[in-house]
Design a binder for this molecule. Sequence first.
Ligand code: GAR
Length: 315
Amino acid sequence: MKRIAVFASGSGTNLQTLLGWFPHKDPRAEITLVISNKQDAYALERARQAGVEAVYIPWKKNGREDFERQAQSLMQDRQIDLVVLAGFMRISSDPFVEFWRGRIINIHPSLLPDFPGLHPQQQALDAGVTQSGCTVHFVDAVLDGGDMILQKAVPVLEDDTADALAARIQPAEHEAYPQAVRLWLSGLAFPVPNLEEGTQEFGPGFADVLKSWEAQGLDVAQRQHAVRVARLLKTWDKPELVFAGLHLSADPVVALARSADDLRLGFMTLEPLQDRKNRWEARGRLLERAEALGLKEAFEAALHETALEWDRTTF
Ligand code: GAR
């Protein structure tokens, strides 16, 4: 079971949602530890009520180093696997973020890259957009800038106030955050590998992959898709196609892997339920294609978790 630490500075409604999910609705993970830089944060109270260790670590003036040292020591001791920032209103240091690369995520109440930083709801109103929402993303050295995991949109109404918009975004956050954690637990969410990581995983040809992604202008989601496809092809015992996967080539087996990935990812992040149902029912055609390519079992295995998810879905 994976062990999650949640950092929160405020009321902790996102924490509450996560406490309801892990391990009760998804036993692959538990919330092991909650840390706050505010002694009176209601998030700490929520943790205690759920029987979860709740620790206040003061963030004194210029005290980031102290805070992070204490947090690191606690997390190491509790063998934390994933750090979830849920309304944590402090900026982490580069070494801290680097240490947790791929294992630290944040939620932000706007559709990033729009409106990072403070008062994103007011920023959205000032910009006159008709749609806003929330983004779950990996944390890196750029404020609200790490690779995206998923977003949920909500409408902005004409007479909206920042508070009204925040209240509309909140339920979207409560939907998005557990989904993002579950994608991470399934290995479907990760930061795009850098040159070093990609070379280690796929070999020296990865440098060319990065160049070609750049030349084609692939966005983060498309790059993550290419990596998931390449990994699928490995598990399908098609090592000779892994680079074709990374290049998202038109090879029929690569195309099948792409469809499998679209299906499982879309299924796990899509709302409303009817869209999921349609997506799931549409897999019949893909199964036929998989069978023709001798990959029926591999294809079904790729969708195994999605299928479990569907079985557990109640109408
Ligand atoms: C959430 O809306 C979260 O997106 C935001 O703080 C709120 C915390 O609410 N985080 C940020 O703005 C980070 N830049 P909660 O305490 O009820 O979960």
